[in-house]
Write a protein that binds this ligand. Structure first.
Ligand SMILES: C[S@@+](CC[C@H](N)C(=O)[O-])C[C@H]1O[C@@H](n2cnc3c(N)ncnc32)[C@H](O)[C@@H]1O
Length: 453
């Protein structure tokens, strides 16, 4: 492949994926399946890679997910679909039939009748002609025949108003559309729109998938209690669906932003807390780990540190390495809270420092808070603050929240150590609305949403 693709971005991506797919094949159970989502620019290459790793005989479906009904692309056909490659590990894979709604034409053609209340039904034979295993001979409304149900069933159907009579007086059964399972699921999925800004479930993560897409996959290929692994978890749609459907799960992501989003989503949607119902592996748990992360990648450190107080990162975008500085030159995150009964919001600006800090850092923060007309300024620092820093922060006084009638320190210094050990936390009016919150899961189905808005 390298010979014909060449040493370019696509090749780099395929190499990255191939290494992971080999491991995913290794850890997959014989009864398991893998679904790989990709766009049509890479799906043909990935299918070759998957054929090599999983075996062409284990290829099951190429699903066309029609994300939207129309897209205007210049000088080519509107691009509205993505591809899901479905492979099993072996022939013993779990498969649970899924159904989709009949299309309108089918309904028009077959569900031609309506009962008195308007329910659509198709007419089904009650005669046993051609039925293997014979039937039941008796007289029904003057007609002597071999019927496919015993007379007691016929009587019940009659009492339930499930029989209608043709012009010739022949009884036929009503098969109601609203009781039909539907059509076995096909490999074009046109009914799951990708998330748009106005969808309640949307969290602001650029590649977020609809939960219904993942639910369909999990329902078809796993049973409750099974383990679901998403090695590119993003804002956690698979994990959310797995939790909702009673599966166990493992999510992996390379960015701390994604881990933070996942944490909020699990808490907001399912009431789960990290360290209690589930564990996070790979986040710093002490000063040394935090220092290591800061040295490895300061943007990752920033995202992680902001997640300790649930602040929303400012500038840069999810998944990008480049956290851009805002025009004010030093705000890394923001916390938005509702400050008054009327819903008036106010902000705390957050700066994260992994390097040296001094009193000038505090003076800058005060300047930024004033310029931005924010309520509170928070410094998260890896290094312990000096006495002059503490004095400068204390001199900034308090912010009085009119809604809660509480005074909060206007400038707050929080060390990573204190946050990790729970000795300190950000102080601001509650009802943090920085992140778009995921709706709580309801027993009758949920529409989650959470994230960067
Ligand atoms: C397409 S998004 C997943 C979105 C997800 N399906 C959802 O609906 O929330 C891909 C994710 O993979 C993560 N990622 C990229 N390279 C990775 C790697 N090598 N290991 C783990 N995660 C990675 C990115 O940080 C990003 O969050």
């Amino acid at each position: 492949m390298r010979q014909f693709i060449g040493p370019n971005q696509m090749m780099a991506y395929l190499v990255m994926m191939a290494a992971r797919l080999v491991e995913l094949q290794r850890v997959l159970k014989p009864t398991g399946s893998i679904y790989l989502h990709c766009d049509p620019t890479a799906s043909h290459y990935l299918k070759v890679v998957m054929d090599c790793i999983f075996g062409a005989e284990n290829f099951k479906s190429e699903i066309v997910w029609r994300r939207q009904s129309a897209h205007s692309d210049s000088r080519r056909y509107g691009s509205v679909h993505d591809i899901l490659l479905f492979f099993s590990k072996s022939e013993d894979y779990i498969w649970i039939d899924q159904y989709q709604a009949y299309d309108d034409d089918y309904v028009e053609q077959y569900y031609r009748y309506r009962d008195e209340s308007g329910r659509r039904f198709m007419s089904g034979d009650l005669g046993a002609a051609g039925l293997q295993g014979g039937g039941y001979n008796y007289e029904w409304k003057g007609i002597v025949r071999t019927w496919r149900v015993p007379i007691t069933t016929m009587q019940r159907l009659e009492s339930e108003n499930r029989i209608f009579y043709t012009r010739n007086g022949i009884p036929r059964i009503k098969r109601f559309l609203d009781e039909a399972k539907g059509m076995p699921m096909q490999d074009i999925w046109p009914d799951l729109e990708s998330l748009r800004s106005w969808h309640a479930e949307r969290l602001g993560y650029p590649t977020q998938k609809p939960v219904a897409l993942l639910e369909r996959i999990l329902n078809a290929s796993s049973n409750p209690g099974d383990v679901v692994l998403d090695p590119f978890a993003g804002c956690g749609t698979t994990i959310d669906a797995a939790q909702k459907l009673g599966r166990r799960w493992i999510g992996i992501d390379i960015t701390h932003l994604s881990i933070a989003l996942l944490k909020y989503r699990l808490e907001n949607t399912h009431g789960l807390s990290a360290g209690k119902e589930y564990a996070i592996v790979g986040e710093p748990v002490d000063y040394t780990g935090a220092l290591q992360l800061a040295q490895d990648d300061r943007y990752q450190f920033q995202w992680w540190a902001l997640s300790l107080i649930r602040a929303k990162p400012q500038g840069g975008s999810a998944g990008s390495k480049q956290g851009k500085k805002g025009a004010d030159g030093g705000v890394d995150g923001v916390l938005v809270f509702e400050d008054e009964a009327g819903g008036k919001a106010n902000r705390a600006l957050v700066q994260v420092k992994s390097g040296h800090v001094n009193a000038a850092t505090i003076r800058d923060l005060i300047g930024t808070v004033n310029n931005e007309k924010a309520a509170i300024g928070i410094l998260i620092t890896l290094e312990e603050p000096s006495q002059p820093m503490k004095t400068a922060a204390a001199a900034a006084g308090f912010y009085h929240s009119p809604g809660w009638n509480v005074d909060y320190p206007r400038i707050q210094i929080l060390t990573v150590n204190d946050l990790l050990t729970g000795r300190a936390q950000a102080r601001h009016p509650s009802m943090n609305i920085s992140f778009k919150q995921a709706a709580r899961a309801q027993k009758d189905g949920l529409q989650p949403g959470l994230g960067l808005e």
